[in-house]
Each structure stands twice: as C-alpha cells, then as structure tokens.
Design a protein around this ligand. Structure first.
Ligand SMILES: Cc1cc2nc3c(=O)[nH]c(=O)nc-3n(C[C@H](O)[C@H](O)[C@H](O)COP(=O)(O)O)c2cc1C
Length: 317
C-alpha cells in the first residue's frame, strides 16, 4: 500500500488519512494500536473510562505501537480535568474533543504542543472550533452512530458546507465504511475520514461479541436518532429504544429520560452484551457491514478500494 500525503497525513504523521473514531465501550488500546500499526490513526475513547483506566490504556497503547495515536475527550465528561491532566502528563500528542465548547480546553492543550481536533455537526460549530484554535475538525453527519447533532444535517450536505466555512482541514464522519464512500467524501473536499461503526465490527474492539454480532446483522432502517430532548443519539431500535419511545409518547421530560438512561444502559448493551435492555449506539452504515474483521484488514480494504475507485471513479458506457 503506497503511503499518501495531504494535510491530514502530515498533521498526524500517518500513512493513510483513515481515522478510527474514539468510541465509548469500543475503542481501547487494542483497537487504537492496531489501527495505528496499520498506518491509520487509532483513537482511545476516554468517555467510558475512569482516569486511572485511561492512564493504563495510554501506557498499553504506547507499548503496542510506535506510531501516533490519539485520545477522544467528550468535553461534558464529569472528570474532564483529571483526563486532561493525565493526557498532558503522559505526553499524548493528539486529542479529539467532542460534545462541548472547544474554547474551554483547546488553548491549554495547544500550549502543551498537542494537536487538537474538534468534532462538529454544523458549519457554525466548525467556525467556532477554528476560532478556538483547533488544527482540524471532524464534520459528523446525521448517519453517524452515537451522539449527534440536533439539526440532522447529512454527511453529503455537511461536508461541502463545512469545507466552505473553514480553512483548517476537514475530516468526514458519518456513514463511511468503504473506500468508495471515502473517495466520495474526499471529492467533496474532506481530507480524511473518521469511521466508527466499521471499527465496532472489528476483532480488536472491546465491545461485547453480542453487540458486534447484532451490528453485522443490522438492516437498513434498524437505527434511529433519538432522545433529542436530552442529547441526540443514534442507536439500534431494540427493547430499550421502545421504552424510550413509549416514555416520550407519554410526554416524559428530561429528568425521566435521564432516569431511564441512568442505569448504565450504554455499558449494559455495548460492553456487557445485553442487546435487548442496553443502549446500542451504531450508525446507519452498519447495514452495509456483514463481517467482523481484524482492524488491519479494515484499514487495508478501505485504502485498496479508495485507490481503485480513485483510478476509475465513475461507470461509463
Ligand atoms: C459505539 C459508538 C460509540 C461512540 N462513542 C463516541 C464517543 O465516546 N465520543 C465521540 O466523540 N464520538 C463517539 N461516537 C461517534 C464516533 O466517534 C464517530 O464520529 C461516528 O461513529 C462516525 O460515524 P459512523 O458510525 O457512521 O462511522 C461513537 C460511535 C459509536 C458507534
């Protein structure tokens, strides 16, 4: 596989502009180091980790790869100060922030020489991230798994809009799992892709095998963006979702929804494998997935397909 150079590969020091998304209950050191060793950028998802667990994952990741890797930090995490402190102490070089105001931490991280990327769901937020000093943005469309924007802007519309709105490089996310989809995003001006759902269905993801198997058996229409009152999230329509839906139909407010979610539903579903009662975050693109693969093979397949499509992009008669 011939390495490729653009602003994103240069920013992170990677061979291919393929980024494995930071994901709660899925992306620990095993997945992140496997993706980084394959020439992409692996990211540890700190959102489901206590500070000491995060520290352990950073150290294990560093022992498993000599290549760059990053940490995803959801900015609303209650112990965020401790996470940031560990990231700085451990000498992590790349941080992807999400779900919060990029102004709060970007300057502090940048002063420590850390490359900062922020995840956005609109041009307005992309502009704010650029103003806050971020080095790049991830533009995440409506199709994406996990927490998402309220405005429902699809990747197809969001990418060109964000590319137009900012000068910093844009990484496309939401609904991307193949090389052809990657090429489409890059034709629209993205300089890299971030894939979440594709990497949940990997051997190295720490998610429960029940969840991974549910993901590769998902059909079109099986996921939905819900809980907009609280914090919008795309998940599989299972028994837990039906409970949320019923509560919403009965006019449940934020507090009631919090109580429903409060019983560690995400952990129960994605990590402990209770696919009925747990919250199963995944993107629409899960409908295209039918195999759990090693992370290295995912990176290789996507890159090979991207290169093939690049040399022969459209069908002609
Ligand atoms: C299981 C799961 C957990 C996720 N957890 C996080 C998270 O902790 N922080 C975050 O910024 N995004 C999270 N996301 C969103 C991903 O980072 C990524 O942007 C998204 O999955 C891209 O869309 P795709 O699923 O269509 O590839 C999660 C996504 C999934 C599927």
């Amino acid at each position: 596989m011939t390495p490729f150079k653009n602003r994103i590969t240069e920013l992170f020091g990677i061979d291919y502009p393929i980024i494995q998304a930071g994901m709660i209950w899925a992306s620990g050191w095993r997945l992140a180091s496997a993706v980084s060793n394959a020439g992409g950028l692996g990211i540890i998802g700190s959102g489901s980790m206590y500070p000491d667990v995060l520290k352990e994952h950073i150290q294990k990741c560093r022992s498993a790869t000599l290549r760059p890797f990053g940490i995803n930090v959801p900015l609303l995490y209650p112990d965020i100060d401790k996470h940031i402190q560990i990231i700085i102490e451990e000498g992590v070089k790349i941080v992807f922030t999400s779900a919060g105001n990029p102004k709060t931490w970007t300057k502090i991280l940048k002063e420590k020489g850390i490359t900062v990327v922020h995840v956005v769901s609109s041009s307005k937020f992309a502009h704010k991230a650029e103003e806050a000093g971020c080095d790049a943005v991830v533009a995440e469309g409506f199709e994406a798994g996990g927490h998402n924007g309220r405005e429902e802007t699809t990747t197809m519309v969001l990418i060109p809009a964000v590319v137009k709105a900012v000068r910093i490089p844009v990484i496309a996310a939401g609904g991307i799992a193949t090389g052809k989809q990657m090429l489409a995003a890059m034709v629209m001006g993205a300089e890299g892709v971030q894939m979440g759902s594709r990497f949940v269905a990997s051997e190295e993801a720490s998610s429960h095998s029940n969840f991974k198997n549910r993901v590769i058996n998902t059909q079109e229409g099986d996921t939905v963006l819900t809980m907009k009152q609280l914090t919008p999230v795309r998940l599989i329509k299972n028994e837990f979702f039906r409970q949320v839906q019923e509560a919403e139909w009965k006019g449940a407010g934020v507090e009631e929804l919090k109580t429903l979610l409060g019983r560690a539903r995400a952990k129960k579903g994605m990590f402990e494998g209770n696919i009925d009662e747990g919250e199963l975050e995944i993107g629409q693109v899960s409908a295209l997935l039918d195999r759990i693969l090693p992370a290295r093979e995912i990176v290789k397949n996507v890159w090979d397909e991207f290169c093939g499509a690049l040399s022969n992009p459209v069908k002609k008669i």
